[in-house]
Ligand binder design. Structure first.
Ligand SMILES: NC(=O)c1ccc[n+]([C@@H]2O[C@H](COP(=O)([O-])OP(=O)(O)OC[C@H]3O[C@@H](n4cnc5c(N)ncnc54)[C@H](OP(=O)(O)O)[C@@H]3O)[C@@H](O)[C@H]2O)c1
Length: 259
């Protein structure tokens, strides 16, 4: 053990989760990485151990499976192996419609990006509160300010959940941060077959900036963390604009994406 604390990162084998895992390992924190693909997890763990000389534990778990979520919650509750930082990051994009004939993708998204976040946040919050310190980060999105399908609804839930958890844990030494990035180049859009070729360069945020801003905002006890000045301005507009304007903008973005 490194002695610098332990972070559990869901979806720690790719994209934003991998960038968090790498940054935390560089600070000397041991890791517990959670994802479905065991081979990717093992390869990621091997690289991080070799580069940063930290302990890396892996848990193969599909967070759409409630028994698997329970296993991860039990790991967070294990007082013999305390977890100091939880990064509730695993997630995926969706193209299916709310009125489509098959809502299974939407239901799976709620399991992974709402229910698992709730169960793991609760387990971590209880354990961290009893120790008097800890940090919980939940991956929301600027999409949570918009009205772009089930994904926006889920990310709005993550934002409000994070604020509510922060209220419940205030004064306990445990911080809660909702990270709300704009578009980040990861496997996310390709996996969901979302065509981003028309997205202007200014629409993207660098993955390392997302991680650096979030880690800095944890230190500042900021509950809503929005990486990049550009997206902070866009989010401020979105938060204060009339909801009718937000709905029209959301419809235009969806139409452009689906052309
Ligand atoms: N990329 C963006 O533009 C963007 C913007 C704002 C917010 N976000 C949010 O950031 C988070 C990470 O996205 P990303 O862009 O890094 O995506 P990504 O590159 O596709 O990586 C997703 C990670 O989550 C894991 N994962 C996916 N489904 C899972 C499941 N059912 N159970 C356990 N692990 C699962 C994946 O590993 P396995 O496939 O092996 O399970 C992978 O490690 C998501 O919550 C997303 O909504 C992304």
């Amino acid at each position: 053990m490194s002695g610098n604390g332990t972070a559990l990162v869901t979806g720690g084998s790719a994209g934003i989760g991998l960038a968090f895992a790498t940054a935390l390992a560089a600070r000397g924190e041991d890791l517990v990485l959670v994802a479905r693909n065991a081979a990717n997890l093992e390869e990621t763990a091997r690289r991080l151990r070799a580069t940063h000389d930290v302990d890396v534990e892996t848990m193969t778990a599909d967070l759409a499976d409630r028994a698997a979520v329970q296993r991860v919650a039990e790991r967070l509750a294990d007082s013999a192996r305390p977890v100091d930082t939880l990064i509730n990051n695993a997630g995926f994009g969706m193209r299916s419609k709310l009125t489509g004939p098959d809502l299974s993708e939407q239901e799976r998204a709620i399991e992974v990006m709402c229910r698992a976040v709730l169960v793991l946040g609760g387990a971590a919050g209880r354990a961290m509160r009893s120790r008097g310190h800890g940090a919980i980060v939940n991956l929301s999105s600027v999409a949570g300010f918009l009205a772009m399908g089930g994904y926006s609804a889920i990310k709005a839930w993550v934002m409000t959940y994070s604020e509510s958890l922060a209220v419940e844990l205030a004064g306990t030494g445990v911080t809660v941060t909702a990270a709300c990035p704009g578009f980040v180049r990861t496997e996310f859009h390709q996996r969901a077959a979302i065509d981003m070729s028309r997205m202007p360069r200014l629409g993207w945020v660098d993955v390392d900036d997302v991680v650096a801003t979030t880690l800095r905002d944890i230190g500042r006890r900021r509950v809503i963390s929005i990486p990049s000045a550009r997206f902070r301005a866009i989010s401020a507009l979105a938060r204060h604009a009339p909801r009718g304007v937000i709905r029209r903008v959301s419809a235009a973005v969806l139409a452009a994406r689906n052309q």
